[in-house]
Design a protein around this ligand. Sequence first.
Ligand SMILES: *Cc1c(COP(=O)(O)O)cnc(C)c1O
Length: 454
Amino acid sequence: MPQQRKFTLKESDIPTHWYNIMADMPNKPLPPLHPGTKQPVGPEDLAPLFPMELIKQEVTSEKWVEIPEEVRRLYSIWRPTPLYRALELEKALGTKSKIYYKYEGVSPAGSHKPNTAVPQAYYNMKEGIKKIATETGAGQWGSALSFACKLFNIECEVFMVKVSYEGKPYRKIMMNTWGATVHASPSNLTNAGRTILEKDPNSPGSLGIAISEAVEVAATHDDTKYSLGSVLNHVLMHQTIIGQEALKQMEIAGDYPDIVIAPFGGGSNFAGIAFPFLENKLTGGKNIRAIAVEPTSCPKLTRGVFRYDFGDTVGMTPLIPMYTLGHNFIPSPIHAGGLRYHGAGAIVSQLLKDKIIEADAINQTECFDAGILFAQTEGIIAAPEATHAIAEAVRQARQADEEGVSKTILFNLCGHGHFDLSAYEQYLEGKLVNFEVTQEEINESLAELNTPVI
Ligand SMILES: *Cc1c(COP(=O)(O)O)cnc(C)c1O
């Protein structure tokens, strides 16, 4: 019998509940603060932006939150997702370790993001909302939310960072195909956008600016809410279906990971795969290392500070206790657009501070080296974000071999790279460069912060 490669589940194995790690954390995250008063925000402060059910999920300490039947039914369009043993990659590395990966690229949008887009659109529909405004960087979140909104006939308005809007037309066409309206940000449709354009008519835009625009649209229209694809507690919780499925699949494989790895932007796909395994660790069961991997060009977890900071550039969002490089930090234009965010979610930040999880930073050429090796062995062309997890898995396998031990490694392959082929083209032509941030750049950005210190 050859070794089993693929571990699949039935539709009836789609999880019935989301896992809320807050219930098991030794130290709960500090509360978010109102941007004006600097007092803890209450549900009424968030009500203009989010439907009440999501606000409840944001603060609940209930350990298991039931997934609505309608959401589970729609999850089955792409779930359960497969888990593979990377036998060909193991062979190419000549490693004694076992490497598994969970593949989230089989969703309609090609990433893990529909896992939260669908329930977010569902709760908005339930509360009679007609339109959702959001931002997108390279287009992953915008396309996931466009798809989800169409399922519930909600209008979707996306502010897309201008450089991506101009440079990555296909993600925009995907959003249009699912019926969404897409604007290049900064736009002249909002005060936030107009303010930026007055200062710099040629502004390339940033995620922070686009968030400010979308939040403003939601805050100033009664029938419109805002939606975020990462960072917030409820978003991380929705993603835990990834790890719950992976737990079952590892059981079928007769294995249990020593190390769980995921790329890190705001924390949602990392939380998704790692939290269900951390439940076992936190409640006294099995030990495990969980490693979040960020780019060296945007190293908030490994080189940022832990303090309150805004989620956006203009300072309209609540202040979140987070590892941050400062909300004015503009990362270099690396290809892993989904990882170019200045901060991390509150839960993940607290877990890192308490040393329950670990973080590592890898530069983009090492990531693409691993991505090419992965494509040429396992066949899948990974999203640039996802190559960070592959590169870390390769690091860990090589280190185990050096130490003469065998590890079981699981990583999240959070998306495919079919719309990122220009990045692969640059790599293949030898034109891909690395961006290291200097300590001066980080210090400068942090010196501008006047947010509360923790
Ligand atoms: C958005 C995105 C990320 C980063 O966001 P997280 O919330 O940290 O998961 C990573 N990979 C892909 C493919 C993405 O689309």
